[in-house]
Write a protein that binds this ligand. Structure first.
Ligand code: SF4
Ligand code: SF4
Length: 157
């Protein structure tokens, strides 16, 4: 199921993934973008080791990557959702995300769609917004909101 999805590696569901302290050397070897704080260790998403929809370092991926299961995966493995239905849900989220990605310029470094969208909206909203631009802003906000709702309903992170 996850090999046709990979959405939890993209920053759409979470912007960081937690690491256990003993995993730090491995994470450095994998060149994951580390975040180290006095209270937790993690790496930033989107993950640079994702290759298409699949993990490019599958055999050595951090523990959280092997243990995380979204609600959709749980329902699929529990037999409540068929592979066809799961695929449909994943494709819906993918298509909505791709449409938004076409509207929102990417930042200088890879970051979640939400961060790029926030930066773009801030840039568009200069306090002297023309009606046409205002409509564009509202449409983009509505699309972002629809994507959030769809992720919640279809993937149940
Ligand atoms: S099905 Fe869920 S756990 Fe599997 S890759 Fe997609 S979002 Fe992640
Ligand atoms: S290491 Fe692999 S499974 Fe883990 S976030 Fe990166 S691409 Fe996804």
């Amino acid at each position: 199921m996850c090999v046709i999805c990979g959405l939890c590696c993209t920053g759409l569901l979470f912007d960081i993934a937690p690491l256990e302290e003993p995993e730090l050397p491995l994470a450095e070897r994998l060149r994951l973008p580390l975040i180290q704080t006095p209270v937790y260790d993690a790496f930033r998403l989107p993950c640079p080791r994702q290759d298409g929809a699949v993990c490019g370092v599958y055999a050595t991926r951090p523990k959280v990557c092997g243990t995380y299961e979204c609600g959709l995966l749980q329902r699929y493995t529990g037999g409540e959702v068929s592979l066809g239905e799961a695929h449909e849900r994943v494709m819906r989220v993918r298509e909505m995300t791709a449409a938004l990605r076409r509207q929102v310029p990417a930042g200088a470094r890879a970051r979640p769609l939400w961060d790029d969208a926030r930066a773009y909206l801030d840039m568009m909203d200069d306090g002297l917004v023309q009606p046409e631009r205002q409509r564009e802003i509202e449409t983009l906000k509505a699309s972002l909101s629809a994507l959030r709702t769809t992720i919640r309903q279809d993937l149940d992170p």
